[in-house]
Design a protein around this ligand. Structure first.
Ligand code: ADP
Ligand code: MG
Length: 466
């Protein structure tokens, strides 16, 4: 036999309790109205004696109480016309011993305007939030996604693919590659694709901060930490990146004693300000990049091995441009578009003779060097097609040597080619001998001898690493 509401519920007590609400109605398992509070009667404009004891749909044909009884499921928020008033109503089943023995409706008459305003505000806050999230994504520092990394060569596709598992994780990534290969671009893209994309992306170029400021730049300082300290102290890059990503570019340049501190931050997730005593807990994902051979630096005791293992959970190697020459035409088109919109030039494309030369060139400065060459050529050409004469002198020299080489003895040709390559690589790394020897695949002593042979020791040119 079906359970009955009246065996479980004292309707009179319930009526008294529910009268404390704005309005309430209770039906039993058959849909008969058993409770109808005084204040509900007042608003609905129907006296109690016309309602209590009646079948709910006979009195309120639009009522959804039978739906609640039949399904056993509540209808949390609904609008209901009670007499002249529209009210909010919540309907719940009354369950005893696992069976539905009735249903209760509780209405809110008061504060309806407030409730409506609140609902509208929540709605517009949601839209506003989305707007700010989009803005933040644009401003947060990470500008590039994987789609903006140009290239369809197998080498670049494989690199993008190997970055995929690094996107979701929180683990550190070490990005390796020669200068100008796009390491920073990949760091941006990883952040952009990660769940942290709406949080800050903070880049720190470890090579460009004076050694005595590195610590306070990274970890901040308290007021009065040292003479000249800013009033109120200053937050460090780690705090600024909290919840997001910090990108430690050229991490090999980090002073040795700071490396120990960084290791502690990575291990324990806590920083203490310079001159401060309180510890701040932080949640920052660390991406780092270097074009140096960290293995070699570890041997020379210039980079901490324990830090290396910590930042190297994932390793992403960006191939040099000469290993993806198929991408050069695509990248040129992209760079020409950029030049046209940023420099106001009107260049159409590069000539095939130029592409041919580009595909044979070694590109020691990689995509950055290509970008500089294209920008310069766009400015010189102004419009139309970029031809050989729009290229910088290195290329003219390269062409000439190529032509002269044909009539030269083998030894002289080798000698010239060696000097040319030394000059190119040294120029690309700002005459940094460590990096040059690494790129040339010879040790420092061999590099020194070759520089001496070609009378390059006294030349101290410096190209800024843009
Ligand atoms: N695949 C690519 N597509 C488009 N632009 C690129 C690509 N790779 C590098 N660049 C551009 O080349 C320049 C150098 O890239 P960057 O990420 O700073 O190199 P790295 O950090 O390895 O020295 C930047 O202007 C970057 O936008
Ligand atoms: Mg860089």
């Amino acid at each position: 036999m079906k359970l009955q509401a009246r065996s479980y519920i004292d309707f009179k007590t319930l009526d008294t309790v529910l009268n404390g609400f704005d309005g309430a109605l209770v039906v039993d398992e058959t849909g008969r109205i058993v409770v109808y509070t005084d204040n509900y009667a007042e608003v609905a404009g129907l006296p109690k004696e016309c309602v209590v004891g009646k079948y709910v749909l006979d009195v309120f044909p639009d009522s959804r109480m039978m739906e609640v009884i039949n399904t056993g499921k509540p209808i949390y928020i609904d609008l209901w016309q009670a007499g002249a008033e529209t009210v909010f109503v919540c309907r719940y089943p009354i369950v005893a011993e696992g069976e539905v023995v009735g249903a209760v409706a509780v209405c809110v008459f008061r504060y309806l305007d407030e409730a409506r305003k609140f609902a509208a505000r929540v709605g517009s806050m949601g839209r506003e939030l989305q707007y700010y999230k989009n803005q933040l994504r644009k401003l947060s520092g990470a500008k590039y996604s994987f789609d903006t990394i140009i290239g369809a060569s197998q080498a670049i596709m494989a690199t993008k693919q190997s970055a995929e598992p690094m996107v979701k994780a929180r683990t550190p990534v070490l990005i390796l590659g020669e200068t100008g290969t796009g390491k920073e671009l990949f760091a941006h893209a990883i952040h952009q694709a990660s769940p942290r994309r709406d949080r800050p992306f903070i880049r720190v170029n470890c090579a460009s901060i004076p050694e005595n400021l590195v610590e306070s730049e990274l970890f901040g300082y308290e007021e009065g930490a040292f003479s000249g300290a800013r009033k109120g102290g200053k937050p460090g890059k780690f705090e600024l990146a909290n919840g997001g990503t910090i990108f430690l570019d050229e991490i090999n340049e980090l002073p040795y004693h700071i490396q120990a501190k960084l290791l502690r931050v990575l291990q324990e997730g806590e920083i203490d300000h310079v001159g401060g005593t309180d510890l701040s807990y932080i949640d920052v994902r660390v991406l780092s990049a270097t074009s140096a051979d960290l293995g070699e630096l570890i041997k020379e005791k210039r980079f901490r091995e324990d830090l290396y293992y910590r930042i190297n959970a994932f390793q992403l190697r960006i191939p040099p441009l000469r290993d993806r020459i198929d991408d050069i035409p695509l990248i040129c088109d992209h760079l020409i578009d950029n030049s046209n919109s940023e420099l106001g030039t009107n260049v159409i494309r590069v000539d095939s003779s130029v592409l041919d030369l580009f595909s044979r060139y070694q590109w020691p400065g990689n995509v950055r060097e290509l970008r500089n060459v294209i920008q310069r050529a766009c400015l010189i050409a102004g419009n139309g097609i970029i031809r050989l004469e729009h290229l910088p002198p290195e290329f003219a020299a390269e062409l000439e040597t190529r032509q002269v080489n044909q009539s030269q003895g083998l030894e002289a040709a080798i000698h010239n080619a060696e000097k040319e390559q030394l000059l190119k690589v040294l120029g690309a790394v700002g005459w940094n001998r460590n990096r040059a020897s690494e790129m040339l695949g010879i040790n420092r002593t061999q590099l020194y001898r070759k520089m001496k042979k070609h009378d390059l020791l006294k030349r101290k040119q410096c190209e800024p690493n843009m």
